[in-house]
Design a protein around this ligand. Structure first.
Ligand SMILES: [Fe+2]
Length: 472
């Protein structure tokens, strides 16, 4: 634990040591009867472990959390992933694995192996996914970690991606029931590889594009026919990753003069269908994308530059420094040549975006949900936002001095309305000294219920709602 943390958003940057299992959380309001699945989340909950402090939020040790709904009750459990990174963190004598921005030693040639090899780096703290009966936690190294969704036990390493860097934001294609992702393969001739995975099978590379200096791309977009990579001008020379003296993310250079390059890849052939230049910007998260005649429209939570990465170092977060805001932008990528043009869809801060994924991903849609700063004085995300991307109108939810995280959409069965469902968001309530799970009506943006967690849940990135039946 870190001493002297103020009674504000900084409570969300404490290490969570407790591992608990609670059969029934106190609930205010009424949990919808149809909500019978599990919200799984993964957080970087180990920020100060074994006498060491991680440098960057993205390097906290991964902890799983599950909120399971049954008969209008909510149970809760949390458990650290038992990974090699976890074992080393608890061993004062062990060399620490290199993560996103943590760089404790300069062993030169071992560096790429150390950074990228899942043997050394398996701290899967970013996101969760399910493929058939397999549940995985993921980061940007190639091997996901398989876990048991009931016990939260760590099962082992999953199928390895065909590259040294991949994303923790795979897409799901319900037709062939496969995950779609991309990986950067580093070597004498580096490439971006688009790949798929079906249950019980290995990865299949759909296509690959040569790249001299790969960009840091945390996510990507997928439409019915295309995969779209937004190649921001935050790039790295592969040798700098191998032989440089900086950490993984600090090895990347911001070169705004390059602009952003959009790569549209045909999912049927694996070939490049279109390439378009655009203004320089940076993003972690794509919101959605779809085709419109001879254009592809891509919606992104965009930043002017990558200073958000620096804003997420722990010393700055624990000092209460404000993070820069991102905004929801739409880029129109012409398939017949020409530059991509961007427009702002809503002028309010918008991050950790979610949509009604099963209903709208890759297709025209209306509603995007996210978290953001409520005012110019907000130092952290302190409200939830619903944006009508067709009309730009927004609804918001906030509670004084509280800090909600990513709103995960859970679709109401038997309805096809895009916003019929609830949003599940973990909210830090510093006044109570604990977090609660907010259940928000996605249509009206009013509170349906809240379930009180037994402790502060360290701020995290992503989670997924897993229906009790396969409704995807
Ligand atoms: Fe992410």
């Amino acid at each position: 634990m870190v001493a002297n943390i103020a009674n504000d958003q900084r409570l969300g940057f404490q290490t969570l040591d407790d591992e608990v299992s609670v059969d029934r959380l106190p609930v205010e309001g009424r949990i919808p009867e149809w909500l019978t699945g599990t919200l799984g989340r993964v957080t970087p909950a180990g920020l100060d472990t074994g006498g060491r402090h991680v440098r960057h939020w993205f390097d906290g040790l991964a902890m799983l959390h599950s909120f399971s709904f049954s008969g209008q009750r909510v149970s809760y459990a949390n458990r650290y992933l038992r990974t090699e990174a976890y074992r080393r963190a608890l061993d004062p004598g062990a060399r620490q694995p290199r993560g996103f921005a943590t760089d404790p030693c300069r062993a030169l040639f071992k560096r790429v192996v150390s950074i990228f090899s899942p043997v050394a780096y398996d701290n899967a703290n970013v996101n969760l996914a399910r493929l058939a009966d397999e549940y995985v936690a993921m980061t940007e190294s190639p091997a996901p970690i398989v876990f048991d969704p009931r016990s939260l036990d760590t099962v082992g390493r999953g199928e390895e991606a065909p590259g040294q860097i991949t994303t923790a934001h795979p897409h799901y294609d319900p037709g062939p029931r496969q995950l779609v992702n991309y990986a950067t393969h580093l070597g004498p001739s580096s490439t971006y590889r688009v790949y798929t995975r079906r249950p019980g099978e290995g990865h299949r590379v759909l296509g690959e594009l040569p790249v001299r200096e790969p960009a840091y791309m945390h996510s990507f977009a997928m439409t019915e026919r295309f995969v779209v990579l937004a190649e921001f001008p935050l790039v790295v020379h592969p040798l700098d990753l191998a032989f440089g003296r900086r950490s993984f993310i600090e090895s990347f250079r911001w070169e705004p003069g390059r602009g952003t390059r959009f790569l549209v890849i045909d999912r049927a052939t694996g070939r490049l269908r279109a390439e378009a230049g655009g203004e320089a910007f940076f993003a972690f998260h794509h919101v959605n994308a779809f085709e419109d005649g001879d254009q592809v429209l891509v919606d992104i939570s965009a930043y002017a530059d990558p200073s958000i990465i620096d804003g997420l170092y722990m010393n700055r977060l624990r000092a209460g420094e404000p993070i820069p805001p991102s905004e929801l932008r739409r880029y129109r990528i012409p398939l017949r040549g020409g530059d991509a043009r961007g427009e702002v869809l809503a002028g309010r801060p918008f991050e950790l975006p979610r949509i009604a994924y099963g209903r709208t991903n890759g297709r025209p849609y209306r509603f995007a949900y996210g978290a953001g700063q409520r005012s110019a004085t907000s130092v952290w995300w302190d409200q939830l936002v619903k944006i009508d991307v067709a009309g730009g109108e927004a609804r918001t939810w906030y509670e004084k001095d509280c800090y909600p995280g990513e709103p995960v959409f859970a679709a109401e069965p038997w309805s096809t309305d895009e916003d019929a469902g609830v949003l599940l968001s973990l909210v830090l309530d510093p006044r109570r000294g604990a977090s609660f799970l907010l259940v928000l009506d996605a249509r009206s943006f009013t509170e349906v219920a809240r379930a009180q967690a037994p402790h502060v849940i360290t701020f995290g990135f992503h989670g997924q709602y897993f229906p009790s039946r396969d409704a995807r």
